[in-house]
Design a binder for this molecule. Structure first.
Ligand code: FE
Ligand code: FE
Ligand code: ZN
Length: 277
């Protein structure tokens, strides 16, 4: 059974997201922990969570993916911006304990003029400050397109961050197909080679989720602009190979394509029809 979902708005709560997912034949979803401006999060409603958990159990949902506000920057040159990222992520992880056993993804950040090495140190310092031995959430680093000074544009940078984290078993990776294509990895013609490299540099056991997106740009463009499945430069065939790949097919896939619910429903139907059970 293909584990697939899309990005949904958290504004109406978890039960509403669960029902929206079911309405488009999804069995998981991604959501922002708070609005992307990174302001105060909505209060958790335990009754809503309880209804969602019952629904998720009944319908055999796969692991959920929470996404930190993309405006956070764990490796800003400005200490107060780093502190804000730290406090926001710490609060998110505290809230994630209401949904134990799920995933929390974040963008490593942009080092601006500090250099990737300093950026990597600041990101690991933040993670070492917020991770706790008894948390029930796995924190994922997202592979980035390498727009501007983004950290995480190579598997080596992701590995360097992981190497600096003490509670290493709380960490994993979310691979974004649009981002790695834009970063220069050839997911179209050499998926096997890309996964071998991922395994050699990071280890495939670290890979916990896939963002399944097409890309508006050519490989190595360092742009990060998502396209609908089959409407970009990666193409439907290559993305179908991704969901069926023996090393990936068990993972949860999340669409972040430019769609409303009906567009997501069509993409999910298309991918399910092309998934080899
Ligand atoms: Fe992201
Ligand atoms: Fe993504
Ligand atoms: Zn992106």
């Amino acid at each position: 059974m293909l584990k697939i979902g899309c990005h949904l708005s958290v504004s109406k709560g978890f039960e509403a997201m669960g029902k929206a997912a079911l309405s488009i034949n999804a069995n998981t979803f991604q959501f922002f922990t708070r609005n992307p401006r990174g302001s105060k999060a909505k209060d958790i409603d335990p009754a809503d969570i309880e209804r969602f958990l019952a629904l998720a159990k009944e319908h055999n949902f796969a692991t959920l993916l929470a996404h930190a506000p993309y405006t956070l920057n764990a490796c800003s040159a400005d200490a107060s911006t780093r502190e804000f990222a730290l406090e926001t992520m710490r609060d998110d992880l505290r809230r994630m304990e209401y949904l134990p056993g799920n995933l929390y993804n974040f963008h490593p950040g942009s080092h601006v003029k500090q250099g990737a090495e300093v950026g990597i140190e600041q990101i690991t310092a933040l993670l070492n400050a917020i991770l706790t031995p008894d948390q029930h959430t796995t924190v994922l680093l997202e592979t980035m397109a390498g727009k501007g000074t983004e950290v995480g544009r190579t598997f080596e940078e992701i590995r360097a961050i992981l190497d600096g984290v003490t509670l290493s078993d709380k960490m994993g990776v979310c691979l974004d197909t649009c981002h790695i294509h834009d970063a220069g990895y050839d997911v179209i013609n050499d998926l096997d080679g890309v996964l071998e490299e991922f395994d050699r540099v990071i280890g495939l056991d670290r890979l916990k989720a896939i963002h399944l997106n097409d890309s508006l740009n050519d490989r190595n463009a360092h742009k990060d602009r998502h396209a609908c499945i089959g409407e970009g430069k990666i193409g439907a065939d290559a993305l179908i190979r991704v969901i069926n790949h023996p090393k990936l097919r068990h993972l949860p896939f999340f669409l972040e394509t430019p769609n409303e619910l009906d567009g997501y429903a069509k993409e999910i139907a298309f991918l399910r029809a092309n998934y080899q059970e």
